[in-house]
Ligand binder design. Structure first.
Ligand code: ADP
Ligand code: ZN
Length: 445
């Protein structure tokens, strides 16, 4: 038993060669690139120059990979404060592309790419798609949003470099997505897991059984999703669903990807150097333990990032992967450190709510968490959509489901939570990231 699926192709895409690099060679490559990146950041970015001087570190002090710990961190606020171009290390004449992430409040954050940076990003996305088992002959429906978001163009360039056929359909217009998926004999789709769920529901309404289409792979990312949701998607869609990870500040999608073994995401660490730290002590955690993922870019020119605090919680997966890649793996990101909310003194992550709901038969994975404050006391209500079968059933079935959900939530969270069952198709659908949490507590004060 190797853990490699039977249909695993032994053919390696040429772009994936660095995935299999012997570790000593990788370490040497990383050190050379780290030193060059630090020099560049120090020379061309005011913020890094200042912060390194404050810490009494000069680029020459970076002699081993462990010296990364001497470098200053970068946080999201640094990007906001330097809006729009303050962290660029290249003159605008060399910048060929800008992207921006939504940035949940106020101004977006802006990132820049030189031609070479676009090459690095394309390389990382080609290797991502290859790791998901895709290659020439695949027809990839790219339903990540094109535009200022990184998802669309990132996956697009990767798919083309892979030699696959890419359909740049972008997000939205679900009926047309389903028509294209069917008529163009699409074999793989790229989008958020929640948008794929929506596609599945709509396809069912239109009388299309996605399991009978040639679609065989889903390349899903941009938001946390649980393993239970993966199982649901794989069964309902008749596909293999892979998790991919990335963030605008570092490049966009393509920072890490699952391989066919689906145990952790390989980090493309010749371009992106990962650390897992304890967010409080800011020291590395022992291998295998959870902490905050911190990433330093090793190949970027226009906007090098030193030790970017992602706020995403993960862990290194110990041991080697049966797929043969030597790249380190990180655990799937189930939560962000700033995702957590506290209800009556209990810490809750949205991912725990999802797991509790999906443990119960008959609930669709569409839900929303609503927090309110009544007379100074925090209340949490979970709205769950039921399946059409249950909703048309007699009252007894609904009551039964309601009780099971409440019980499952109570057990998982250690908290009594109000559950409200809502009719199919009543919760707002998203074409990108789902908004699971609606926190009205401050408004209600
Ligand atoms: P925005 O800040 O506008 O949401 P990004 O696309 O840059 O734009 O979002 C990156 C964030 O999305 C990551 O830091 C992480 O929290 C989340 N994310 C991306 N991919 C995944 C994934 N596979 N699993 C969990 N979370 C993810
Ligand atoms: Zn692997």
């Amino acid at each position: 038993m190797t853990g490699i699926p039977d249909d695993y192709s032994l053919e390696i895409h040429p772009a994936s060669a660095p995935d299999y690099m012997p570790v000593p060679q990788m370490l040497e490559l990383q050190l050379g690139r780290l030193r060059a990146t630090v020099r560049r950041a120090y020379q061309h970015v005011e913020l890094y120059h200042q912060r390194m001087d404050e810490r009494n570190v000069s680029p020459e002090d970076i002699r081993t990979l462990d010296d990364v710990a001497r470098l200053p961190f970068t946080v999201k606020v640094d990007l906001r404060d330097s809006y729009p171009f303050g962290l660029f290390a290249s003159p605008l004449e060399e910048v060929v592309r800008l992207h921006a992430s939504s940035g949940t409040t106020g101004k977006p954050i802006v990132v820049a790419y030189t031609q070479q940076d676009l090459g690095v990003w394309t390389d990382a996305m080609t290797r991502t798609l290859a790791a998901c088992g895709l290659g020439r002959g695949d027809i990839i429906q790219n339903a990540y949003g094109y535009g200022l978001f990184t998802g669309g163009l990132g996956a697009h360039y990767g798919a083309e470099a892979l030699g696959a056929t890419v359909i740049p359909i972008s997000g939205g217009n679900t009926d047309r997505q389903i028509m294209v998926m069917k008529d163009f004999r699409v074999t793989a789709i790229c989008c958020t897991p929640t948008y794929f769920l929506h596609l599945l529901d709509r396809a069912a309404e239109m009388g299309v059984d996605v399991r009978e289409l040639p679609l065989r792979v889903g390349v899903f990312g941009a938001e946390p999703w649980s393993d239970s949701l993966r199982r649901h998607i794989e069964t309902a869609g008749g596909i293999k669903a892979y998790d991919i990870y990335g963030l605008t500040e570092i490049t966009g999608p393509g920072v890490g990807s699952e391989c066919r073994c689906q145990v952790g995401l390989h980090v493309f660490e010749d371009h992106f150097y990962p650390e897992i730290i304890d967010p409080d002590t800011e020291r590395p955690v022992p291998e295998g333990e959870e902490g905050e993922l911190v990433v330093t870019t090793l190949s970027k020119h226009a906007m090098p990032m030193l030790r970017y605090r992602t706020r995403d919680i993960s862990a290194f997966v110990p041991g080697s992967c049966p797929c043969g890649r030597t790249l380190r793996r990180i655990k799937r990101i189930s939560r962000r450190s700033d995702d957590m909310f506290i209800i009556r003194g209990v810490n809750v992550f949205p991912s725990q709510v999802e797991s509790a709901l999906l443990a119960v038969e008959g609930a669709l994975p569409h839900y929303q968490i609503i927090l309110t404050r009544e007379e100074g006391l925090d209340q949490m209500e979970v709205h769950v959509e039921v399946t059409p079968a249950v909703s048309s059933d007699k009252v007894g079935a609904l009551e039964n489901l309601h009780n099971k959900l409440a019980q499952s939530l109570n057990q998982t969270l250690g908290l009594r939570v109000a559950v409200r069952l809502v009719a199919p198709q009543t919760l707002k659908r998203s074409e990108g990231k789902a908004q699971r949490l609606i926190d009205r507590r401050n408004l209600d004060q």
